[in-house]
Ligand binder design. Sequence first.
Ligand SMILES: Cc1cc2nc3c(=O)[nH]c(=O)nc-3n(C[C@H](O)[C@H](O)[C@H](O)COP(=O)(O)OP(=O)(O)OC[C@H]3O[C@@H](n4cnc5c(N)ncnc54)[C@H](O)[C@@H]3O)c2cc1C
Ligand code: FES
Length: 383
Amino acid sequence: MTAALSGSARRLRSLATRLTTPLLPDDYLTLINPLWSARELRGRIVSVTPEAEDAATIVVEPGWGWEFEHAAGQYIGIGVQIDGRFVWRSYSLTTPPSRDGHRLVITVRAMPDGFASQHLVNGVTPGTVVRLAPPAGEFVLPDPLPAKALFLSAGSGITPIMAMLRSLDRRPDATDGADLVVVHSAPDADRALFADELDLLGRRHPSWRVVVRHTRTEGHLLFPREGNPRAGRAPESSPRGTLEELVPDWRDRQTWACGPGGMLDEAEKAWADAGVADALHLERFAASFSAGAEGGTITFARSGRTVEADGATTVLQAGEQAGIPMPFGCRMGICHTCVAPLSSGGVRDLRDGSEHRVADTDQSTRTVQTCVTAAAGDCTVDL
Ligand SMILES: Cc1cc2nc3c(=O)[nH]c(=O)nc-3n(C[C@H](O)[C@H](O)[C@H](O)COP(=O)(O)OP(=O)(O)OC[C@H]3O[C@@H](n4cnc5c(N)ncnc54)[C@H](O)[C@@H]3O)c2cc1C
Ligand code: FES
């Protein structure tokens, strides 16, 4: 995790540990207040408010030790108890730091069959205590803003961009005639997150252009393709269907994009083809796993636990299912927070199928990213 506990929080924790040792300080602290823990960061859900169809905005009041400032666009980890075990997921904060005081605000879309998101949207109630991981992520805005900016989102990908727009709403360099374009796609009006607020922002700032598209009637946004002569033209039936038509100067804009993997893949290709790949800043919500692994028995050496895992279950998920406190950040192979030493056997990277193996004769260990690898036969991880 990128942020660190403040000095005062560390001192309080250390005092609690000294006063209560040899018994665990948490046993005492949690009795007094469930949000006090010397071992982990906790928060309490304050409200769960329906937000468009299948989504909810969840406000969390963080407990003892939460001294982190976040930047608009960053995400936090939330561990929620489902069927007796904690399940961790990442969610973008949707408000800038000072907007809601010390509260954390996320908006979750319930994915069909989604294990944690269904629970967060349709299961949790105010008062529920959750575990928290500090803010992280590089999907943030520069200061000062570039002369021209484009925000491109679809579905729940609007969440980090909403935090950015809410922070820009009050930044003098963004409100004083800044040339901003926002293009957000949602299936229809019922499923469009923050539609009213986006509309309001567009009307409040004359130099911002805010376009909300409905893909059921207008189709998915089309990106220019190299060598495609029709790339710049919208089909007559869908005049707001192409990026070229909607934002003719997209190549000149620094762009922040978040949405489904397919949309981001297309954007990456279009920006690369146009020779402006550096101007595109992406946030992905899920790694794309195209490979499978053999599966096997994973031994977590320091925790003394052993888990049978199939080839689709990452080492991180397997450890969490066994109740091991696994380090993680993005959960998708970017931040390297989850790396752990592999001391025997092998794992396979689910993104490209590459194998990472420690030879039997090897005296040393090698490190692996637990969030994107699965067991390739039996293996031992030093966690
Ligand atoms: C940095 C970051 C920020 C995020 N911010 C938000 C946010 O603000 N709001 C929000 O609703 N979600 C956000 N997510 C996604 C979120 O972390 C979960 O992945 C999502 O809620 C699904 O979890 P689940 O347990 O319900 O699904 P699971 O039960 O884990 O998965 C169900 C099925 O959906 C697939 N799947 C899981 N996640 C995705 C995805 N994002 N896109 C496509 N397929 C997927 C799985 O492969 C599986 O097939 C973010 C993810 C990351 C990495
Ligand atoms: S958690 Fe970020 S790379 Fe694994």
